[in-house]
Design a protein around this ligand. Structure first.
Ligand code: NI
Length: 169
């Protein structure tokens, strides 16, 4: 089932998420819904806080559904390794219509659990590395604008506030 995606300004998006406990039916349904919601958007990643659930889990697929083998589900993820640097344009389903160049490590390793509770280790470079870090940020209550500084950040935040004021957000 597709769930509504929260936008910048919604409280859950700006708060650190809590670790996932038991991988019960509620969590399994949440995961299924997050996959449906990500592909429907369409997007390359979605974190639980984006659908209003303050839990540490995300789904990611840099192929955006073209290759099912590319789907990653990571519960209680930890960033264990970062290498190098990349600077690319980045967007977010919670900030529709906005993109900005964000500097991030070029390669990362994330560990966590899959939906059966089995430990997983995801190594990513390029777009996957970017998506993994972007989704990890969501679990700490940060959006890509929070990685920007000064005028670049202010410009986006000001435009969003204007849209909020005029009821277009
Ligand atoms: Ni995002």
């Amino acid at each position: 089932m597709i769930r509504p995606i929260l936008r910048y300004g919604a409280e859950t998006l700006h708060c650190p998420a809590a670790p996932v406990g038991e991988l019960n039916d509620t969590v399994q349904t949440l995961i299924d819904d997050m996959i449906d919601t990500m592909y429907a958007a369409p997007g390359v990643g979605l974190a639980a806080p984006q659908v209003g659930v303050g839990l540490r889990l995300f789904v990611a697929d840099p192929s955006s559904g073209r290759s099912t083998a590319d789907l990653r589900i990571v519960i209680n993820p930890e960033l264990v390794e970062t290498v190098g640097s990349q600077r690319e344009d980045e967007g977010c389903l919670s900030l529709p219509g906005f993109t900005a160049h964000v500097t991030r490590p070029a390669r990362v390793v994330v560990t966590g659990l899959d939906r059966e509770g089995t430990p997983v280790r995801v190594e990513g470079e390029g777009l996957l590395a970017r998506v993994l870090q972007h989704e990890m940020d969501h679990l700490d209550g940060d959006l890509f604008v929070d990685r920007l500084h000064g005028i670049k950040r202010d410009l986006i935040v000001r435009r969003v506030r204007k849209l909020q004021r005029t009821g277009k957000w």
